[in-house]
Design a protein around this ligand. Structure first.
Ligand code: SF4
Length: 336
């Protein structure tokens, strides 16, 4: 018990601008459990309150669904698996604008335009259509932040996106770089994703880059993912908990224990103290009763109004939820 306390005590240096090393994160992962986990969550919440106190929300449109050539093992949209989801080609511009209008009316100011598929290495007709759609969105609702997620890009397509109101780009590493081929997919490599991040950063686009917990990875893999996104210096880190989709190779994986998720969320916060960390997929559907506790483990953003292929809570329900979470803001830096 004494040792656990010292390990967490050492991590309080993050509140004073200290940087947690990989070894220190691994030590916390090894040593903290049971009641000590609440101490770790409390510290993560304090760090969140110090560096990124506001809780934000975003909503997304699945602008093109399914029939993807890639074989990501968790994904309902891969053409390699029979998942029975709704599939459709790129939605028409007016449909995308209508979705944006609905999100705008709900009060959410961040809108994600997401397509299934490998990505766009050349500015083909579909990519040009997307660029024109982004222009139309910006013209209609200039106050909205447009986030785009189209998969892998080349330097050329990254530059074009940066010139067409892409305020932020989402591309997830999903898991530790060394485990990508084993746990995620072998039809593409993680390096192509890292290159995409670097192209976009060079053109001034903010990056949202995180992953999924519960793919069968270890807690060490999750720490290595947290370090990989720290290394990339991204603005936002969306974290999902696997919603096992029937028909995918991961359909029988057990749901992660909420305590394990909480520990990894807290370690992500301590390793990335000033970044936006978003609880994305799995919040309501997988973590159910524990979503409130998990939001206090260093998370400062959530996705609301549903996900790519599954439903979520309404924006109004989440607004009330965020309002109640604010009562847990910490105003003390004392040790527990
Ligand atoms: S995660 Fe993206 S690239 Fe992978 S199968 Fe799903 S849609 Fe395709």
């Amino acid at each position: 018990m004494q040792r656990i306390h010292r390990t967490i005590e050492n991590a309080y240096k993050v509140l004073d601008g200290g940087v947690l090393s990989r070894e220190e994160a691994l030590e916390l992962d090894r040593q903290v459990s049971g009641a000590g986990l609440l101490d770790l969550i409390s510290l993560a919440n304090k760090v969140k309150d110090k560096y990124v106190p506001e809780i934000s929300a975003c909503s997304i449109l699945n602008a093109k669904s399914g029939v993807c050539s890639q074989n990501c093992k968790f994904c309902a949209q891969s053409a390699h698996y029979q998942t029975g989801i709704d599939t459709y080609p790129l939605v028409a511009r007016e449909q995308a604008l209508a979705a944006l209008e609905k999100v705008h009316a709900s009060g959410v100011r961040s809108f994600g335009y997401v397509t299934s598929g490998y990505g766009y290495l050349k500015p083909d007709r579909e990519f040009e259509y997307i660029l024109e759609t982004l222009d139309a969105m910006e013209a209609r609702f200039p106050e909205m932040k447009l986030c785009v997620s189209l998969g892998v890009l080349s330097e050329q397509t990254a530059k074009l996106l940066s010139e067409h109101h892409c305020g932020r780009y989402n591309i997830n590493l999903q898991t530790a770089p060394g485990k990508y081929a084993e746990l995620v997919a072998d039809t593409h490599g993680i390096q192509q994703k890292i290159d995409t991040v670097k192209y976009l950063q060079a053109f001034g686009v903010e990056i949202c880059c995180g992953g999924i917990f519960g793919l069968g990875e270890s807690s060490v893999d999750r720490i290595d993912l947290a370090l990989a996104v720290r290394e990339l210096d991204v603005e936002g880190i969306p974290l999902n908990v696997l919603m096992a989709i029937p028909g995918t190779p991961l359909e029988k994986l057990p749901v992660m224990e909420p305590a394990e998720v909480a520990k990894s969320f807290a370690l992500f916060r301590l390793l990335n103290p000033a970044k936006m960390i978003k609880f994305a997929g799995g919040r309501e559907t997988v973590m159910k009763d524990f979503q409130g506790l998990l939001m206090l483990a260093g998370v400062n953003a959530l996705m609301t109004g549903g996900y790519l292929t599954t439903r979520g809570r309404s924006v109004a329900e989440d607004e009330a939820f965020i309002g109640r979470l604010k009562h847990f803001s910490s105003d003390s830096r004392k040790l527990p």
